[in-house]
Design a protein around this ligand. Structure first.
Ligand code: HEC
Length: 138
């Protein structure tokens, strides 16, 4: 066997090792995301994945910034990053799934004249959007 092949197999081994480490890190990251999602679904009774899609569909991001959400770059309302661990939402409500749903469904009833319009979000949609927002702790 030529000497070069030992060197080559060391390189291959090194690359394999790196691949295994990278896969481990990726798996951990995905597993964490899954835990967060399962937890958000359990507290709200909603479906975070569906809520994510609805958030985009209702155009919430035209007024609210939210990292890692397509087109959520609005600056009319406050950014929603970290909303899951906020103590108070909309300046006056204790942060609970019920209150968040109530706000999303009927902001004008909670704060008449607020710049957030009533978007006719149904009960199930509001629950799923709330579940999605509860995955955003940062
Ligand atoms: C036309 C702009 C607009 C749209 C569209 C809009 N919002 Fe808002 N939103 C606001 C404004 C302005 C506020 C701040 C209102 C206040 O505190 O009185 C707000 C507040 C909020 C809050 C409370 C934030 C905090 O920091 O306490 C949440 C949660 C929220 N909106 C979710 C949504 C969701 C979900 C949608 C889509 C279904 C949506 N908003 C669509 C303008 C908008």
């Amino acid at each position: 066997m030529p000497r070069l092949s030992i060197k080559r197999s060391l390189i291959v081994f090194g690359l394999l090792l790196l691949a295994v480490i990278a896969a481990g890190i990726a798996y951990d990251w995905i597993d964490d995301r899954r835990d967060i999602s399962v937890h958000a679904a359990a507290i709200t009774g909603g479906n975070p994945d569906r809520g994510h899609a609805l958030f985009i569909e209702y155009g919430c991001g035209s007024c609210h910034g939210l990292k890692h959400v397509r087109k959520a770059t609005g600056t009319v309302g406050p950014p929603l990053d970290g909303i899951a661990i906020r103590a108070i939402v909309a300046g006056k409500l204790n942060n609970s799934p019920e209150n968040l749903e109530r706000w999303i469904r009927d902001p004008q009833a909670v704060t008449p004249g607020t710049a957030m319009p009533d978007l006719n979000v149904g009960a199930r949609d509001a629950r799923d959007i709330t579940a999605f927002l509860y995955t955003r702790a940062e």
